[in-house]
Design a protein around this ligand. Sequence first.
Ligand SMILES: [Zn+2]
Ligand SMILES: [Zn+2]
Length: 478
Amino acid sequence: MNCKYHTQAKAQWFCHDCDTSFCINCCDMAEREIAPRCLLCRNHLNSLGVSDKVTPFWNKLSYFNKYPWQKGATGFLMLYMAIAFAVGLINDFISFWILNRLLVFAVLSIGIGYVFKVLITTAKGKFDAPSYDEAIIFDSEGMMGKVIGLFVMLTLIGYFVILPMGVAAIQIYLALVSFSMPAILIILAMEKHVFAAINPARIATCIKAIGWPYLLLFGFSYLIDNGLGFAMSEIHFWLPQAIAYPMLFGAGAYFYIVKFNMFGYVAYQYHNELGYGIDFENLLSSEGEDAPIKRLFSKSDVYIQEGRYEDAESVLYELAQDKRHTVKALERLVRLNIARQNPAGALKAAKNYFDYPELGTIPAEALRLYEDMVGFEPRFKPMNAKARAILVKQMRHKRYADEVKKLCSIPDSMKQDMNLPSLMLARARFESDVMNSDDRALKILDVLLQRYPNGAHQREAEQLRQVCHSMRHKLPSV
Ligand SMILES: [Zn+2]
Ligand SMILES: [Zn+2]
């Protein structure tokens, strides 16, 4: 299947609501989103590419264990233990329970922010541990609040809904929650909604999507938690807080980094089954510097073909902001407005296009656009001599005679234009080379050299005059 809007490109995304397939660039991609969005209806897109080349997570255990030893993670752990140490010291010396709890809470939330960042980065197929700074920026999304919200919700449900059904029910509930915890945390990280994370239907589809390997995931996670719980109770019991805190939080963070790295990897391995529609490999390999630009161009194509001209126009003006793409964007704007029969828009874009300082590097395109523009609005002329000279130089056929004449009639507003000599020179060349009229060329050159005796054009003009003279002697014009 190919992209509906770029029929040469393989389709990569699919929108169920619009029933449309798109190529890799035909989407809106924002950071921290679980999938790109549809340009037409803004819903999340589904990936069409299936990645079964990913190594399954149960073969990656040694990688999960090594993850905390990566630079970013080690840096975080050191800093984290230092903070825990400071908090432990304060709590040893100032025994005031609100303060003590608040400080512990702060330490916890730093840790939670980091491990969720680990999960999400890994889920996106980036296997380098994030640095502490990245995690701090990340927690602006308030993962700590969401985690608290999650546990409050689970407790409330247990207390008010399940407990009245009896003790056996609460035991089953606890077992189910603990069994579902990896799925719950993955959903919370990827979708960032507490209600999605505790929605039994969502949890069930998540577990089902992973299949039997979910048991393994649960097993690993359970072992980590149990070992950690045991270690923590031992440490906590025996030591003063200034020593216990760094060890406790350090160990906790270490094992949770391993665990969340594994969860993230599972989300990565099963992203398609889980509905996190990003085909990460393709995404990353194509994500060059110009990827956002390509996306903007594709976006304008989609809007133009859908007849959503206002949207297309704003995308193109956004593109024109980037100097490297100004010309291309303006060219599209001209064509777009010609297509929608909007003279004002076309003239505005065309004026900007022909004012572009680097127009000389793309003379052929400039001429093509000029011709289209004149076909649409015959009175159109670029209002600067430089652009006109570029166009005249490019007009290498007799059929352009009228156009050249038109471009070389100078309105008062352009009389001071410092590029007039090069326009006259271009005209002289046209008369001599294309029209074989050396007389007329000579007349123009005489006027040129008389009016502007000095300047960069001078040498070329005099050479041309000599050529014209000698040509006239050999082949007198009839
Ligand atoms: Zn496309
Ligand atoms: Zn859509």
